[in-house]
Design a protein around this ligand. Sequence first.
Ligand code: ZN
Length: 343
Amino acid sequence: MRAVVVREHGGFDALRFEERDVPEPGPLEVRVSVRAVGLNHLDTWVRRGVPGHTFPLPLVGGSDGAGVVDALGPGVTTVSLGDEVILVPGTSCGLCEACTSGNDPLCRQYHILGESRDGTCAESVVLPAANALPKPPAMSFEDAASIALVFQTSWQMLVDKVRVQPGETVLVQAGGSGVGIAAIQIANLFGARVIATAGTPEKCAKLAALGAHETIDYRAQDFVQEVKKLTGRRGVDVVFEHVGGETFQRSIRCLAWGGRLVTCGATTGGKVDINLHELFFKNIALFGSTGGSKGVMPAILRCFEDGRLRPVVDRVLPFDDVAEGHRILEEREAFGKVVLRVS
Ligand SMILES: [Zn+2]
């Protein structure tokens, strides 16, 4: 079977197709014949490398995918041969206190597919049966491969960390990104008013169509001033951050007194100055968040089934065009997810 392997960090040519033996599932594992792979910015970081971080190379990339179960290891009872499944990115021991209390991202053995263990960017993948959930029947493999990582991540941030409430106002930074598109929809689902930022008027229009009540073109406007205007100088209750360096300090300035900021990324840099006076005088709370619990996925999938959440796929490329997929993500050409059709 073919897999996309990163042996050394580098440019697009660091993505190499290699022929590998079809893997056999062990106890409580399943093998899935992959039909579609969803790309994430994480894949580009794994390929390029992150200063100060060690990835376990060689590594098969890809955190998201969907396919058909074609082999069962001993003891698997939750799925059957031929089932169509969505692959859930986070694996963990399943036994420790973190896992049994629904906090599996805090498990000492937590791994994200394609980041710290071999991922989905292959014709065949073996993973714990707990990470293969039934695909909603009406959903295509391409749509199914586009949702798990970003919706799980954004759900944990907004629902589990900052506990967004009906009537609150949420500022979603870079709303056109994968997590941003998920965040706009989830904040809406929980009854919040959404202000989203994007870098072009066209993207702002798309965010409004997706459910953002107000949009800010951050290239043309100062988003702090705009947020003040839109909230009667009060500020927002919640900021959804993942941009980092370029926006973080000004994101804090958008918060109302008692506001909460939650972040899952630092695309433009991870070192920022924080004014502690501002933090304590305004009673501000900061939350860090990574990944999400497997336990939230069934609820998310039910919302997709009844149409309250929807996948946003920018384009579907052939498996062989994985490098082109990375380029599209890096150059921010996509609105929504880039998906590879594997078979
Ligand atoms: Zn555990």
